[in-house]
Design a protein. Structure first.
Length: 133
């Protein structure tokens, strides 16, 4: 006995309508998209920024205090007046600037307190690095 051939598609859903809709959407978005090449081709000189950088990438101002009470920032020695001016300038340049105060264990606390005072004067946030043994 010969069995009839089953023409039922039981392999899965028919994806032909879905593919048609995807192609129609693709064509629609290609046609509806505007390309502004004319605006990019204008002959203008854009301004350049020399000193600006993103605020989140601005490194902390690290003030090191030696055992003799000398202030060092980026391996350069500063007096009290110069360190106060440096902190004020850093705050003026970037309102989000912070300071890290690192004092030698043998240095007098008064030197760190002076740097804290300079930071407070210009309303700059600061942190103090301490080592606990």
């Amino acid at each position: 006995m010969k069995l009839p051939v089953n023409t039922d598609d039981s392999d899965g859903p028919n994806l032909t309508p879905v593919i048609d809709v995807v192609f129609l959407l693709l064509i629609f978005f290609l046609v509806a998209t505007e390309y502004h090449q004319a605006e990019r081709e204008l002959d203008i000189d854009l301004p350049e920024v020399a000193q600006a950088q993103p605020l989140s990438m601005t490194p902390e101002l690290i003030v090191n205090i030696s055992s003799e009470g000398q202030y060092k920032v980026a391996a350069q020695e500063y007096s009290e007046v110069e360190i106060a001016a440096l902190i004020a300038q850093a705050k003026k340049s970037n309102p989000q600037q912070t300071t890290l105060i690192r004092g030698d264990g043998d240095s007098s606390l008064r030197h760190a307190v002076r740097v804290m005072g300079f930071c407070n004067k210009v309303e700059m946030k600061y942190r103090i690095a301490a080592l606990q043994e």
